[in-house]
Unconditional design. Sequence first.
Length: 301
Amino acid sequence: MDNDTDVLPGLYKKKSLERKRTFFAFLLLIFGWFVNIIVLAWVHDRVPRNYAPLPDLFFSIFPEIPEAIKITEFIMLFMVINALGVIYLHQHRWIVARRVFFCVAVAYVFRAICICLIQVPVPSINTYCAPQNVSSIYVVSKRVLSTFWSAGIEALRPRVLCGDLIVSGHTISLFTALHTFKYYAPQKLRILINIYRVIAFIAIVCILFARKHYSIDVFLGYVVATNVFRTYHSLMHSYHQNELDKNLHSQNVLTSVIGYLEEDALPPYLFVNMFKVPTLINEKNITKMCGNKKESRDLNI
């Protein structure tokens, strides 16, 4: 159990946070990623070979630059680390974490469904795909174990499995990180949002230059990441205003999960985006060693 901070003293009583809700959301995130890896390991043997790449407007205008994917992955890692930093330093980190984890989980499960439903030729004739095999449980399990740890980052492990084209995973990560920073960063850091938008745009353009995805994959990645994030937060606002039934988005199967995740969270009108360094050392011991009262751990941001 953890105690949430007082945002407006005297107006709202401290709520007792159950960290298990955040761990539940984290498990959903791991599940979503694991399902993606399993589906990729399975559809690899179903990807059409000996077919030319599908017609693509971007490909017809701009040349292929394979090394551009390094720019994408550098920007993606930078933005994801920034988003994790916002979550870790946020005074309501356990609430923010569960929301972001759940949004990513839903987006990746949706992506896995799309990958499973349709397989298209790879976007470049220069793309290497490992030899196809019979998709037995042993073969799929071996592929899953060999690719799970790399998190889809080619800088950590070269891509050998093909088929995860519909809905770009890189784009989901980029824009979920962007929305996290935009929604939860303190006001003084909002000046960085436009910069992050520009580098996110550069990253998705580099995906297309590298021919790692078709244009429609990137577009769908943006649509999925953005709509999942906005839908969750729309439902969250309605839940805390006791108007969930009036929200048209509430007619989906995820509404009950929203209620579980938000049950012990602060309502939006008391939720202040402020950084607070986590207390990693027992405060009583600090007081004994220093001989004075604890200092405020709040960051002036």
